[in-house]
Design a protein around this ligand. Structure first.
Ligand code: PLP
Ligand code: TYF
Length: 394
């Protein structure tokens, strides 16, 4: 049986981790995988997580199973963090999942049960694991225009024209904020136009919320999805705690299904729990427990929000200094978009050959589409990167 296996394509983002490690040069810069790093290049455990872990160690008396859907305190606290009061809680069903990726997978499996003919619409470009999982599940897939390589902003007219072709029941995958890989995001008025279009077509939004708090703030980053939730009968939300709680390896995520009415809660919740049972049974609890402890304890929550805000502001200031250094070196405003974008990522606009030259000649590691993880920079490396970008002719 095993001899029938063929090699699988590797993840190009994850491959960069190894390539960077193997580069013997001291002056190398890692802008690859989307993990937050501080000025020393470290991904620290957040203070509130450390405190919660200590409290948990002291108070936890059992490691027995929790609940197929996850701890209700976690799902309730996350629903509140994500949706605020945009929708009444009686319309919500949710499961804890292994990371945001687990939530994406479960959402797509739910679609496969409920409407296997639904086409899943993806932004061009999007996070490569989106199409990869959809294809693996055999669901129909389509693309909508999103990024305008010229302006480095959203091609909103193109997006609307493509999404106008979505059919009733199709799923439209939208990044809640901090679009990966482009860093270009919808404005709130544009979210409202998207809501109008979804109302008209009957297509259902499927929101990937992996960076809440990394863009303009916790509430600001959720404003678009809350607007959709307040206006549309149905939506799915896959959220990750990997980035905003810095608990990547704990695999902490949630899938929330918003139903048209409270009567549907029972059957929707049952299907979500069923999917957990089929795929891995009980979801991981440790990260989820830390998150619910933090979100429900005012002191821990305040400390977490403060640290998250510092993380966000650090990335913003790196964006601004890189944009201004590039303006100085190039004598033009063509890199101004870096300061307008939000989140960890921007595509700097280098060709694949220039990306290769950046790696070979300057020890700068970014994804082949020229996506940079802004958090990989610090005050010392910003001018070095800016010079390298100009040197290779971007
Ligand atoms: N969605 C997007 C767009 C991401 O960039 C990530 C990042 O890792 C995820 C989902 C899932 O994150 P995780 O499964 O690590 O929680
Ligand atoms: O896009 C990124 O860099 C992050 C991390 O298979 C990531 O989302 C990348 C690839 C992958 C899993 C996580």
């Amino acid at each position: 049986m095993l001899n029938a296996l063929r090699p699988q394509p590797q993840d190009k983002i994850l491959q960069l981790i190894q390539m960077y490690k193997e580069d013997p040069r001291d002056a190398k810069i890692d802008l690859g995988v989307g993990v937050y790093k501080d000025a020393n290049g470290l991904t620290p455990v957040m203070r509130a997580i450390k405190t919660a872990e200590k409290q948990l160690w002291e108070s936890e008396t059992t490691k027995s199973y929790t609940n197929l859907s996850g701890d209700p305190a976690y799902t309730a606290a996350m629903q509140d963090l994500i949706l605020g009061d945009s929708v009444t809680s009686d319309r919500l069903s949710a499961i804890a999942t292994p990371g945001g990726t687990g939530a994406i997978r479960q959402a797509l499996e739910l679609v496969k049960i409920a409407n296997p003919d639904a086409t899943i619409w993806l932004s061009n470009p999007t996070w490569p694991n989106h199409p990869s999982i959809i294809k693996f599940l055999g669901l129909p897939i389509a693309e909508y225009r999103y990024f305008d390589a010229e302006s480095r902003g959203v091609d909103f007219d193109g997006m609307l024209a493509d999404l106008a072709r979505a059919k009733k029941g199709d799923m439209v995958l939208l990044h809640a904020c901090c679009h990966n890989p482009t860093g270009a995001n919808l404005t709130l008025p544009q979210w409202s136009v998207v809501a109008d279009l979804l109302e008209k077509t009957g297509a259902i939004p499927f929101i990937d919320n992996a960076y809440q708090g990394f863009g303009d703030g916790l509430d600001e980053d959720a404003a678009g999805l809350r607007l959709l939730a307040s206006r549309l009968p149905e939506l799915l939300i896959a959220a990750s705690c990997s980035k905003n709680f810095g608990i990547y390896r704990e695999r902490t995520g949630i899938l929330i299904a918003v139903a048209p009415n409270a009567e549907m809660h029972g059957v929707v919740q049952q299907n979500l729990a069923f999917l957990n049972r089929q795929n891995f049974s009980f979801p991981p609890d440790h990260g989820a427990r830390l998150v619910s402890m933090i979100l429900t304890d005012p002191a821990l929550r305040a400390d977490w929000q403060q640290e998250l805000e510092a993380v966000r502001l650090n990335m913003l200031s790196l964006r601004e200094s890189l944009a201004s250094e590039l303006q100085r070196l190039s004598g033009s405003d063509r890199f101004g978009f870096l300061a307008q974008h939000r989140g960890m990522f921007s595509r700097v606009g280098a060709t694949p050959e220039q990306v290769e030259a950046l790696r070979r000649d300057h020890g700068v590691y970014m994804v082949g589409d020229s996506r940079m993880n802004i958090a990989g920079l610090n005050a010392q490396s910003v001018p070095v990167l800016a010079k390298a970008i100009i040197d290779v002719g971007v």
